[in-house]
Structures are given as C-alpha cells and as structure tokens.
Design a protein around this ligand. Structure first.
Ligand SMILES: [Zn+2]
Length: 505
C-alpha cells in the first residue's frame, strides 16, 4: 500500500498525544478566562453640591501667567503672588480657616487641622506653574484669556494642573461653609516648579509635611485620568490611577571625526558616527516587561473586557507574545511596558561648508520601576560597544517605589471615583509614563496615587503642554466633587497613626 502521508508527519500516537495536550491547554485557558473576578467596588453615586460659579473661579486663575522657568531668577514671581491673591479672594473661608505656609517663596502649604491630630494626615497635591505658549495663534481662545465657551474652560493650565489646584480649594471652601471639620489633617501642597523638576516646590513641601517621620495616609496628585478606547475589548470608560511614575535618565553622546571643508568630505564624519549610535539605540530598546504594575493592571482589566481580549489578559502565561505585540503598537501602551528611549537634543556644525569635528546628542530614557539607572547606562554602553562614541550620563532620577494596590486606601480611591463619575467607569492601577512631584513622597507613604477625574479624549493628550488646552465644565465639577468626597472618605480609612502619637481610640 502506498504511503498516503509524507514522512515528516508524526505517527498516530504522537498526533493523539499532541491533540490531548492541545485540549488540556484549551481547557485551562477556558477555565482561567471564566474564573476572572471583578476587582471593581460597588458604589452608589453621590453628588456633592458644586457652586454654580466654580468654573468662573477656575477661569480667573487661568488668566494668571504663572509660567515656569528653569532659572528661578527669571520667574515672574509677581504672577505667582497674583495667583495666591486670587485664591485668597476666591476662597475667603479657606484663607481664614487654614494655616498658610510660604515655602521657598512661591509654593504654598495650606493646612486644614483635623479634629484628631494623632491620625496621619492626607496630602492633596497640585502645581500652579504652567508651561510656556509656543504659538498663541494656534489657539481658538487666547491661552491666558480665561474664556468659558462651548462647554469648556479654555486656557493654559486648564488640565495641567490648575483644575486640581483650584478644584481642591473649591472643595474645601464648600466643606467649610457646610461646617465640616475633618478628623484627619488635610495638607494642600501647591508647588511652583513642577514643570522643571519640582526641586524647590514639590520636594520642599514634601520635606515639610513628612518632617518627624510623618507618613501620610494618602497622597493624591495629578497623573491618571479617564479615557475611552484605550484597550481593545473595553467599552466602558477607564479611570487609570497612577501607582508609580518612571525614573528619568539623560545620556549625552559625543562623536568625533575629521573636520575640513565640505567640498572634500572624509569617509566618515562625526555626524555620521553619532547618527549610527542613535539608530542603534532606537533599534535596540530595553526589553518590555508585562509584570509589575502592568501585570496588576491587566489583572484589574481582564474581568472587564470582552472576548477575545479577556482570554488574552487572563492567560498571560500563554499569550504574553500576542499581548506584547498589541501593546507595542501604540506609543502610550508601549511606554507602559518598557523603559523608553528617545533622542531629544542634537548639536553639531556651525556653517554649511564646514565639517564639524564633534557631534553631540542627548538621549532621554524613562525607566520602569523594576529597572535601575545603572542597568540602563550599562545597556547603552553595551549597545554602542565598538562605536567611537563617548557616553556620559548627565541627569538622572531613580524610579520611585510603587504604591500599594490591594489596600483600603486604594479601594477608597476606587470607591470615590465610582461615586462621582458615570456608573460604568472601570478603575485600574497604572504606571505613569512620566514623573510628577508625587515622587517626592514615595519613601514616606505607600499610598501615593496620581489621578484627576477629567476625561481625556484621543486629541486631548496633545492639548496638555500644547495648543487649546481646556477642561469641560462638567469635568471640572466632577473634579471638585472628587476632592470633596475624597476628604470625606479619607476620614473613614482604617486608622493609621503618625509615628510617636497615641491612638485616639
Ligand atoms: Zn502637571
């Protein structure tokens, strides 16, 4: 009898064995997919009253040009003082009831003393500095016009980060007017230099608040927001709460080469040497990691997405290569799973017809919490091995530690978001692709969360630091409600005491 099957096909027993193994894998996949349990909290909506003219007070704050400068001497300090004068007038009860501390001249700490001073405090953070305007003509409404139009408050700082700064005070003003006194002390920490690293503002504020080993029960800063369509299979809006930021590293590269007149070029110039180094670095990124914060985020998302995404997220032991490919497709998701690499500065040449003997670049890395600055520098040296390029790390901040997720404080954040936003919002922890001043609390509190409840549509991300920054009036009301409810809910957190203090029973 002629053989019907080619030689390379396995024999019948092997085929049966393979079939059984495949069946077993499919069974495990099906079971794991069906067993994922939702980590969302059940909430009833609450709607703390927000004053009708609250958006107007934000709009007025957006008129004030608190523009950031790397050199503190060049700051328009009068503008910052105008800002604080505006909030003192806009929130008179806050101004009289809270203690005001000036920190490094232009940052402010407002302290609302709780009725139970032994309880560890909470910290509500925001920054009042804004990035400069590149091209005012690209704006529909003037960037410092403080306009309310088409359902939005327009202006530089509307999202980043005056909605928080003013929204926190709006919430406290309303609570004070209702006669509320919190049990926990509430610190409102407004920094003035977050956009240039926060070393004089955010860091100094954190040092003051945590002096004497005070460990805040909760620190809330900007960072995450509410998005839609971020993940295939997720139809509900997604609120991402940043539980960590990334580390920062800038590496200077320098390539040398023969100079001379451009009419007689050498075989290889400094620019080409540098170019090869930059190309190699982009072609050899650091490996992506689906563990850590990203892994926990998938645990939160798996129960909330439809098939087939649920199968993929619930069976990462099998599907990691698929997931990796999906996430690497978009810049935002790519940044969530790896240490990113990008050249940000180039410098070479002085004249069209002169070949420069030296070419320089700066490459910027944002480092995953599971990696160190040293590991990234070693990676750069390894990738550039054999090229005549000098590598010099010039600026770095290690990644801050990751806040705890399976805790009453995180669940309280979840519940608060659920209470003040639309019913179906899914809340998940995530890794902030950048940094904020909240990193300065990473060693003092295990509950540092980065989130403000405004909606970020697909084109809104570019408005932050770009043209036409704006916040929907409805979103701003939600922001105020969020801080109001957060202050109430924080009082019901399980008691954690400042060190050295006696429990108040
Ligand atoms: Zn910001």
């Amino acid at each position: 009898m002629p053989r019907m099957l080619p030689d390379w096909l396995p024999g019948p027993y092997l085929l049966i064995g393979t079939g059984l193994a495949l069946g077993a894998v499919l069974a495990v996949v099906a079971v794991r997919t069906s067993q994922v349990e939702s980590r969302q909290t059940e909430t009833e909506p609450v709607a703390p009253a927000v004053a009708a003219d609250a958006p107007r007070r934000l709009a007025e704050a957006l008129k004030i040009r608190t523009i950031t400068r790397r050199d503190p001497a060049k700051l328009d300090s009068a503008a910052f003082r105008d800002f604080y004068r505006h909030v003192a007038q806009a929130f008179p009860t806050v101004h009289t009831a809270l203690d005001t501390t000036h920190v490094n001249g232009l940052s402010r700490l407002y302290t609302w003393r709780g009725s139970a001073p032994s309880l560890s405090p909470i910290v509500l953070m925001a920054h009042v500095d804004v990035v400069p305007i590149e091209d005012a003509s690209a704006w529909t409404h003037p960037p410092f016009g403080g306009r309310i139009a088409d359902g939005y408050v327009w202006g530089r700082g509307a999202l980043d980060d005056k909605a928080s700064a003013v929204g926190i005070l709006e919430a406290i003003e309303a609570l004070l007017n209702r006669g509320v006194t919190p049990r926990r002390t509430v610190h409102v920490a407004l920094g003035h230099d977050e956009e240039v690293g926060g070393t004089r503002g955010g860091r100094a504020l954190s040092e003051r608040i945590t002096a004497g080993d005070v460990s805040p029960a909760l620190v809330v800063d900007e960072g995450g927001a509410i998005t839609r369509g971020a993940l295939p299979g997720l139809t509900d809006p997604l609120a991402v709460v940043g539980v960590a930021g990334k580390g920062f590293l800038s590496v200077a590269l320098k390539a040398d080469g023969p100079g001379g007149h451009s009419s007689v070029p050498p075989a290889r110039t400094s620019i080409e040497g540098l170019n090869e180094a930059l190309t190699r670095l982009r072609a050899n990124p650091l490996p992506s990691r689906l563990t850590g914060v990203a892994g926990t985020m998938f645990d939160y998302l798996a129960p909330e997405v439809t098939l087939p995404m649920r199968t993929i997220l619930a069976n990462r032991w099998l599907t990691t290569p698929i997931l990796r490919a999906v996430l690497n497709r978009r810049p935002a998701t790519r940044a969530a799973i790896r240490t990113t690499t990008v050249p940000t500065r180039l410098d070479a040449g002085v004249k069209d017809n002169v070949i420069p003997t030296e070419a320089r670049a700066v490459v910027n890395f944002r480092i995953l919490p599971s990696q160190s600055v040293d590991e990234v520098v070693a990676h750069v040296r390894r990738v550039l091995d054999g090229l005549s390029v000098q590598v010099e790390p010039i600026r770095s901040t290690p990644p801050p530690s990751v806040s705890k997720i399976d805790t009453p404080a995180f669940r309280m954040m979840q519940r608060t978001i659920g209470q003040v936003t639309a019913d179906s919002v899914v809340v998940a922890p995530y890794l902030l692709p950048g940094r904020t001043d909240s990193g300065y609390y990473a060693d003092d509190s295990d509950a540092v969360y980065r989130f403000v409840p405004y909606q970020l549509g697909p084109d809104d991300r570019s408005r932050i630091h770009g043209a036409n920054e704006r916040i929907a009036v409805d979103d701003y009301r939600t922001v105020v409600q969020f801080y109001t409810q957060l202050i109430r809910n924080a009082d019901r957190l399980p008691v954690a005491h400042t060190s050295g203090a006696e429990p108040d029973g």
